[in-house]
Design a binder for this molecule. Structure first.
Ligand code: SAM
Length: 313
C-alpha cells in the first residue's frame, strides 16, 4: 500500500480546491477526528451539517469558524441545490453528519448525487463509521460483509427481514437503538442457529465502550443481566451462515411456501429445480416439515393439564 505525504504532491496539494468534501467525523471520541478532516473543516467556506448544534461542538473543538448550514433528511433536496450554487461560485463546502460517515445510515446521498449530476467535484475525507469500527474488532474470518443498518421498526417486518438475513453467506452488520435492542436480541436468537456467533459493540470509542462476543442464543440473557448492557448506541454483527445450513434453510422456506399452495410432490419438484437439491430428498423433507407443523398445532390445541390430575406436575 502506497501512502502519500502531502509534500510528495507538490504545492498544489496545499490548496483546497473548490468542491464538496464529504468528511467523516468521530462516532464518540472527539480525538478520533483525523488530521486531514481537521484541516479541511478549518479551511472550507461552508459546512453543511445534519444538526448545526451538534456540529458546532466539534467545530469549536478544532477552532473552525465556517458558515454553518443545516442539511438533514427533511431539507436535503433543497440544500442540495443551494450547495451546487455555492460550488459553482467557487466555494469549498464540507458535508458532515452528526457522527461517523455521511450517507452511512445518515443523510448525505442526495447532496452528493446532485453535485455529481452538476459535474462538480466530490472529494471523500474518510474516517470513522460504526460499521467498520465493529468489523475491525469482531474477529470474523469470513471477509465479506453485508451492511444492513437499522432493521424495520415493525415486529413482523423485522422478523421477516432477519429470517432472510440469517441465510446470508456474508457477515451481517446491524445498527440498533437502546429502545429496540431487547426486541432485536430476542428476534436474533429466534432467527439464528443457537450457536451462531454474534458480536455487540456498545458505545464504541466512548467512556463506557463495551465489546461482547457470544452465541446468538445467549444474547437476550446478556442484555437482561445488567441494565447498563441495554444503554447507549449499538452496532451488532453476526457471522455468515455455514454454506450447508443456508442451503437447507433456503430449501425449507421455499418448501413451506410451496406446500401451502401445491401438493407436496409438486412442491418438492419445483423446489428441486430452484435449489439444485434432489426432488426425492425434498419430498421427504416436506413431509417431515408438515408432520412437525401438525404436531405443533396439536400441541397448541391440547387443553392445559388440570392441576392435581395424573401426569400434571
Ligand atoms: N453515520 C454513522 C456511521 O458512520 O456509523 C451512523 C449514523 S446512524 C444515524 C447512528 C447509529 O449508528 C446508532 O444508532 C448506532 O446503531 C450506530 N452507532 C453510532 N455510533 C456508535 C457507537 N459509538 N457505538 C456503537 N454504535 C454506534
Amino acid at each position: 500500500m502506497d501512502l502519500e505525504h502531502p509534500e510528495q504532491r507538490g504545492p498544489e496539494a496545499e490548496r483546497l480546491e473548490p468542491g464538496l468534501y464529504v468528511v467523516a467525523t468521530p462516532i464518540g471520541r472527539l480525538s478520533d477526528l483525523g488530521l486531514r478532516a481537521t484541516d479541511v473543516l478549518r479551511r472550507v467556506d461552508v459546512v453543511a451539517a445534519e444538526d448545526t448544534r451538534t456540529s458546532r461542538v466539534l467545530l469549536d473543538h478544532i477552532g473552525a469558524r465556517p458558515t454553518l448550514v443545516a442539511s438533514h433528511e427533511h431539507n436535503e433536496a433543497r440544500t442540495a441545490q443551494s450547495i451546487v450554487e455555492r460550488l459553482r461560485a467557487g466555494q469549498r463546502v464540507a458535508l458532515i453528519s452528526d457522527a461517523g460517515t455521511p450517507g452511512i445510515s445518515d443523510p448525505g446521498a442526495r447532496v452528493v448525487a446532485a453535485v455529481h449530476d452538476a459535474g462538480l467535484p466530490v472529494i471523500p475525507v474518510p474516517g470513522p463509521a460504526a460499521v467498520t469500527t465493529l468489523l475491525s474488532v469482531a474477529g470474523f474470518t469470513e471477509p465479506r460483509f453485508r451492511f444492513e443498518g437499522f432493521l424495520p421498526a415493525r415486529p413482523k417486518a423485522r422478523r421477516d427481514r432477519l429470517a432472510q438475513l440469517a441465510r446470508s453467506d456474508a457477515v451481517v452488520v446491524l445498527y440498533e437503538s437502546p429502545h429496540r435492542i431487547v426486541e432485536t436480541a430476542d428476534d436474533l436468537a429466534a432467527a439464528l442457529e443457537p450457536g451462531r456467533r454474534v458480536v455487540v459493540g456498545r458505545e464504541l470509542t466512548k467512556r463506557f465502550e463495551q465489546l461482547h462476543r457470544c452465541a446468538a442464543a445467549e444474547l437476550p440473557a446478556w442484555l437482561a443481566a445488567d441494565p447498563d448492557h441495554r444503554r447507549g448506541e449499538f452496532v451488532l454483527a453476526f457471522d455468515a451462515a455455514a454454506a450447508e445450513v443456508s442451503e437447507v434453510q433456503l430449501a425449507d422456506t421455499l418448501l413451506d411456501a410451496l406446500c401451502a399452495e401445491l401438493p407436496v410432490r409438486q412442491a418438492a419438484r419445483i423446489a428441486a429445480r430452484a435449489t439444485g437439491l434432489r426432488a426425492n430428498d425434498l419430498y421427504r423433507r416436506a413431509l417431515a416439515l408438515r408432520a412437525g407443523r401438525e404436531e405443533e398445532a396439536d400441541e397448541a390445541d391440547r387443553p392445559p393439564p388440570v392441576s392435581g390430575a395424573p401426569g400434571s406436575a
